[in-house]
Write a protein that binds this ligand. Structure first.
Ligand code: KMH
Ligand code: ZN
Length: 285
């Protein structure tokens, strides 16, 4: 089996600072989280940005500051969200891509999201994917529901995406596909040949699905975006969630990938040492 890639989804868009003191809200806090999670065995950090008051932002300047803080303190693969927060426009969600992060997510379909709707129509997906492609960013396909893989295959049939890709199954969002081993198996079976995959279980399903993915040869996403508890009634830090998954992997005899191992496995070019300036046009560095 390939070494295990652990992604830390450290902040997300839905958890608010009043729910946990461990949410990395500022770029500095993201940098510190990156260093701790790298030490614990993570190789990718999935990045959303917040304003100082905890509200969501897609401001490229804030993402540039976060990117710089993370890169200053770690060699983690930097993966930006393009899911953003419910209610953001496609243009807002795609705006940070001009910084050319190493990776970015692409959610592959509309889905109920609690009482909200997370909108990802085909025109919106095409708009975001065009920006991912324009800036040379490696995508991670986010699959929340059973039809999302079919949508990704349709984007591929349109020539906008070429398989194999790296895919993340986000299971257990209220309103989307439930987190179960049966659902995970069904999704893995439906993947085009050569794809790599990880699983992000929401809430209490994070840990059992992580253990299953480790045994199956998949990869794992953990972090406060999807789950704020270490155990019932005990809030987690991001690095503790990473460390626990790494311990389980080691007990199961699965090696853990370094960021450079993960770059090789996911076809991500070597880490960019310099954080590009913001601006509308692609920058070379
Ligand atoms: N915040 C959610 C609405 C992603 O990062 O790509 C979407 C999300 C997906 O978090
Ligand atoms: Zn996210």
């Amino acid at each position: 089996m390939d070494p295990l890639i652990v992604t830390v989804a450290a902040v997300g868009a839905e958890v608010m600072p009043h729910q946990t003191p461990h949410l990395p809200v500022t770029p500095e806090a993201l940098g510190e989280t990156a260093a701790l999670c790298r030490g614990a065995g993570a190789s990718i950090i999935h990045v959303h940005c917040r304003n100082d008051d905890g509200s969501n932002t897609s401001d490229p300047d804030r993402f540039a500051a976060a990117y710089a803080a993370i890169r200053e303190r770690s060699d983690l693969i930097v993966q930006f969200t393009t899911g953003g927060a419910i209610g953001m426009t496609g243009a807002e969600r795609a705006a940070p891509l001009r910084l050319r992060p190493e990776m970015a997510t692409l959610t592959c379909g509309t889905v109920n999201f609690g009482d909200d709707v997370f909108e990802n129509s085909f025109p919106l997906m095409r708009e975001i994917l065009a920006e991912i492609t324009r800036f040379g960013v490696v995508p991670e396909l986010e699959i929340f529901d059973a039809g999302h893989l079919a949508n990704a295959k349709r984007l591929a049939a349109e020539g906008l995406l070429a398989f194999p890709q790296h895919v993340d199954f986000v299971l257990g969002v209220p309103g989307a596909l439930e987190a179960s081993v049966r659902n995970l198996n069904f999704l893995v079976d439906a993947l085009p040949a050569g794809c790599t995959w990880s699983v992000a279980g929401v809430g209490r399903d994070q840990l059992p699905l992580a253990a299953v993915a480790i045994a199956m040869g998949g990869h794992v996403r953990v972090g406060l975006e999807d789950n704020i508890y270490y155990a019932k009634g005990r809030l987690a830090r991001n690095d503790e969630l990473v460390a626990r998954v790494v311990r389980i992997a080691k007990e199961l005899g699965r090696a853990v990938a370094s960021p450079d191992d993960a770059r090789q496995m996911l076809r991500v070019p070597a880490a960019r040492a310099v954080v590009p300036a913001t601006g509308n046009s692609p920058v070379s560095y």
